[in-house]
Design a protein around this ligand. Sequence first.
Ligand code: DP6
Length: 336
Amino acid sequence: MPVTAVAPANIAFIKYWGLADRALGVPANQSLSMTLSRCVSRCTVDTIKGPDEVWWHEDGRARPADPVFAARVVEHLDRLRAFAEVDVSMRIITTNSFPTAAGIASSASGFAALTLAALTRVDAAVDPGRLSILARKSGSGSAARSVLGGYVLWPEDSEDPASAATTFLPREHWALSDVIAVVDSGPKATSSREGHFRASTSPHFGRRVELLGERLQRVRTALRERDFATLAEAVEEEMYEMQAIATTSRPPLRYWRPGTLRVLERIEALRASGVPVCATTDAGPNVHALCPDDAVTAVAAALSDDCETIIIDKVGAGPALSSEHLGMPTSPGTND
Ligand code: DP6
């Protein structure tokens, strides 16, 4: 029987940007994110005879996945098979509920879903900590956070960059929403992976790492106390700093587009008019407008004219198994 896992994307308030160790793929700093609930990846895994197969499911049907993506998936499957001590081929069918590779953490949700589905399919029992570490090894560091719900800290041990993510606060603690203004739904020109590699070439990177502990502390306190004004200040400070590191890397990386700035200006104006909202961006042009649930309608209405689409999401519970499997292709591969 196939196994299907659904895992959410997440949006970082304090960003993972830069590596402590390239070879190990471990982060230079602790990050803190909110797990989403509607932006999800669904991944169906079954064992087959013959070589691994990777399928991309879109518009109701599966087609062979892009070879670069497929190779990354198979590389991760090799890692999971080694961990579970099994030698079995798998068929992977995966899809996203939101634009892929546009700075909405599609690899975080995708690799979290793949890790959970594949390990479940081969009956490998894993606790959330082990799942987080294995998901991170996919190369999508933020996948380490997508295996948990609510507000998530990664790595949990500030002295051990290879440690797992942990739930900082459960989603019930504070009902925050994320109004995503999709300024450009196309794939980004430069991967986050490349951005992480280049981060340390910025002359400001070392100083950023020194200052981050205090900013993270402010975010933690603001979340604990549900203090939106303090959260907003720290989150926007962090957004500008991450982009500053990217734009001062060598060679520079500029993820924002003119539409990004228009949305940021709207958010500023909205906040000045008394609506509790703040902005953050990742390695892409789209803007995440964070706000308490009761401000969502006002925020979405204010941003809709300046973007392609609005996706309204909110803090979520984390990944789960599902009985709704993605349609298996009828041709290659035979079920075991
Ligand atoms: C800017 O290496 O986890 O989103 O694999 O592309 O999802 P993807 O990225 P990853 O880097 C994430 C970078 C970030 C900040 C963050 O989410 O912490």
